[in-house]
Ligand binder design. Structure first.
Ligand SMILES: [Zn+2]
Length: 468
């Protein structure tokens, strides 16, 4: 009898206690920030370089998420992006659809848009690449870049900014230009820095592509960023300025080239791109401090390279000096090697290229060991051949992956000198850290599946019942 009454009172009390929490405490401004290929080592490397924790590693709550997808323990960015955008697992290469690529899965960004929130998609790589695509498009294969890009105007989202388009006129270059389709869809298209900086809320919806694009229509690596290219942080700040309003916003920001740098085992370039991403996180956190009803969530979609650090305190100086001495990315050095091969018809000498190597990577030939010199000589011979004429087979791909042999042999040697080592040129199945701060932050502690992350964000947004 008493037990029953007690239970009834408890239930009533519980209902009273939980009611208000449904009407207040909802995240109205949401930042979902994804470092592609970024796990613990990538984040640690950035902190080690700074000598203090990065903004993303100073956030209030930390958890861990799995990364595997439906058909593999090692995911690609499409299946991982689908998990993060929709809360559903799918197969590699599939963009926010079921594994057969027939049924679209609704994304968290689409849900936010439906609710009336403003939505922004920012990436340092092309806007039609897997991670950003997973938030606004539905496509069986991530490589159908054109079919993905033309879904931008259909999304109804408000702010797209970052890299350009990989196939603006389709695979064969004969389809109507993507930019025209976007403009006819009612979007403003901006390509100049002045145009970008002058944008106001009246210009929404819009697509802003950075004026300087490098390989794969991506923004330049931060280590190579020249005058005229806005940083990821600036794209994020602009997103806040344009999307801010009483209806709230959902802003996805991807640091896409951390992954690329790690694919090429280029430690210095990875550190600088991770720091550029961290500056974007800093911008979001500064906004959060003035608006408590903001949630900032930072994670990676998977790990790339099997990066590991010696992390011995006494070695920090060595690590920093190695990172600082490198002047350009592997991507920029690839261009130097390529133009040298072309100008010499593949008959140039390593001696002639040495000053460029020494300048780019901050090493002198004299300080290299015999083994290191031999591996550079061997790679140089391969790099002077046309790609189709290069040595085939397992040993070759184990040494260089699909990269320019000279670049990756140099990044490997340089990294090792700074205590950075790698196990692969591909992705790994490692879990990724998740950090969160702001409204609903406590949902993100503990260990969980990557598909739980968007569910937790929705819960924080008050769009699904709390089911902790
Ligand atoms: Zn990757």
């Amino acid at each position: 009898m008493i037990g029953k009454r007690f239970l009834a009172i408890s239930v009533a009390l519980l209902a009273l206690l939980t009611l208000p929490s449904l009407s207040w405490g909802e995240a109205k401004y949401v930042f979902f920030m994804i470092g592609d290929g970024m796990s613990t080592a990538q984040r640690e490397a950035a902190s080690l370089y700074l000598g203090s924790p990065t903004a993303m590693d100073s956030m209030a709550v930390r958890g861990t998420a799995t990364t595997h997808c439906l058909d593999s323990s090692i995911t690609d960015s499409a299946a991982a992006g689908t998990a993060l955008a929709t809360g559903r697992k799918t197969n590699s290469k599939v963009v926010s659809m079921d594994p057969s690529g027939t049924k679209p899965y609704e994304t968290i960004a689409e849900k936010a848009s439906k609710k009336g929130m403003k939505v922004g998609i920012v990436s340092s790589i092309s806007l039609d690449s897997a991670t950003p695509a997973c938030f606004y498009a539905h496509q069986k294969n991530r490589k159908d870049y054109y079919d993905i890009a033309v879904q931008i105007p259909k999304s109804g989202f408000h702010y797209f900014a970052g890299g350009g388009f990989v196939r603006p006129r389709g695979l064969k270059g004969v389809r109507p230009d993507v930019v025209g389709i976007i403009e006819r869809g009612g979007y403003r298209y901006v390509r100049s820095l002045e145009g970008f900086r002058a944008l106001s809320k009246d210009d929404l919806p819009l697509v802003a592509v950075t004026p300087i694009l490098t390989g794969g229509a991506s923004m330049a690596f931060d280590i190579d960023r020249r005058e005229g290219g806005p940083s990821l942080a600036e794209l994020t700040a602009k997103g806040i300025e344009l999307l801010d309003g009483p209806e709230g916003f959902f802003l996805m920001v991807e640091g896409g080239k951390i992954d690329w740098a790690c694919h090429a085992n280029d430690g210095a370039t990875a550190v600088f791109d991770t720091l550029a991403f961290d500056q974007a996180v800093q911008v979001a956190l500064e906004f959060q401090r003035t608006r408590p009803d903001t949630l900032v969530v930072v994670t990676g979609d998977h790990e790339t390279g099997g990066m590991s650090l010696e992390l011995a305190k006494k070695d920090r100086e060595r690590f920093v000096s190695v990172i600082d001495r490198q002047r350009i990315s592997y991507e920029a050095f690839d261009e130097i090697t390529l133009s040298y091969r072309r100008s010499t018809a593949g008959k140039g000498s390593l001696e002639k290229l040495l000053p460029r190597i020494e300048k780019a990577f901050g090493i002198s030939w004299q300080e290299l060991s015999t083994v290191e010199k031999e591996s550079i000589k061997k790679a140089f011979v391969e790099s002077m051949k046309e790609p189709k004429d290069r040595t085939k087979g397992k040993d070759f791909s184990r040494l260089y992956g699909w990269h320019d042999p000279l670049s990756v042999s140099l990044t490997g040697i340089i990294g090792a000198r700074g205590g950075i080592s790698w196990t692969t040129f591909g992705h790994t199945g490692q879990p990724v850290p998740v950090t969160a701060e702001g409204e609903g932050q406590d949902l993100f502690s503990g260990s969980y599946d990557n598909t739980d992350i968007p569910k937790k964000i929705l819960t924080a947004m008050g769009m699904e019942h709390r089911n902790r």
